[in-house]
Design a protein around this ligand. Sequence first.
Ligand SMILES: *Cc1c(COP(=O)(O)O)cnc(C)c1O
Length: 428
Amino acid sequence: MSKGYEIETKCIQSGWKPRKGEPRVLPIYQSTTFKYDTTDEMGKLFDLEDDGYFYTRLQNPTNDAVAAKIADLEGGVAAMLTSSGQAANFYAIFNICEAGDHIVCANAVYGGTFNLFGVTMKKLGIACTFVNPDDSYEELCKAFRPNTKAVFAETIANPALVVLDIEKFARLAHEHEVPLIVDNTFATPVNCRPFEWGADIVTHSTTKYMDGHAMQVGGAIVDSGNFDWAAYGDKYHGLTKPDESYHGVVYTERFGKAAYITKATAQLMRDLGSIPSPQNCFLLNVGLETLFLRVERHCYNAQKVAEFLNAHEKVAHVNYAGLPGDKYYEVAKKYMPKGTCGVISFELKGGREDAVKFMDGLKLAAIVTHVADARTSVLHPASHTHRQMNDQQLKEAGVSPGMIRLSVGIENVNDIIEDLKQALEQAE
Ligand SMILES: *Cc1c(COP(=O)(O)O)cnc(C)c1O
């Protein structure tokens, strides 16, 4: 796809390119295998000498078309899809780290990522230092060690809604000669393209806005092609030295700018196998076609809802970077001038008890463990995701007992506000 098209056109047109007589709409290639005429033809595929499909764990035409669309939306050279956002973040790190290595990660990240990096990766011998992304550059530098291999952060943190100063983080990573990996799930490439600000790798939970209809769980890794792995000698030896499990291929020499993604596919996906189903990729693609329309409406509605809540007497505090006075208003204006996302968090003056009454009074907004859905949804962390914690522990985790996470949908905003209004009346 030409880099020249605008994001709206790419959402619709990138990816699937039918030739004469082929289906206009992306077909679901629900096939594990692909047929060849000679032994030699297939042998060349195993040697990575020829392009072609042979087994869906490695590549599938439906999945590839959707990966190509996401790569184009982010302005990257290539992408790989995974069966969940968790798998995407794991592979993004594991592709360049092994036992004995270390990463630096913003502490305001999705809970699943926090556990993955802080607990599970540690068991694999990969250490992680969590840093406050709002700290000064000098403070952040202290987290680096000689064995640090990557920096990780979210453009808009879920659920803390911290907006990342991407240029600060890119400089931090590059001065320490490591790539910046950014999870762009909440902003989506419609509102922010981290490669334009210096990020090297972007990840997504496609489960959220990209799908947008809560139909499939999926993930993606996009490679900008900009990080020069070969410039740092042995540091990224998995990319710059022969891969014995692939007939001695040297990824940086053979695949150039696509070295990182090719290794992720040829080695990690081959060995670990978190491939999304072609059916799910098809559904994801349907979501992507309207991403630009939905994101715009999510942001429009969330802005109105945030303003309504901010002015309401029973609301103690609202977190939304679109509100002037929000801690992240300025940084969001720089990196996401069109808007941030549809997720808001707010706090009721009446605390935990009132939050429960409010939630139970909602008629339109649904109580679900999900965000970034076309349908307005709501979650009370103290009663749900953080249920096992007492009030003191909640405070330490940055979650107050009265805090509510609201994912504003694309319904008519007046209906959403009416629903919130009547539920707030039921709170004390
Ligand atoms: C949901 C989410 C994930 C995890 O993705 P799954 O698709 O649920 O595995 C990772 N990062 C962010 C920012 C998320 O919101």
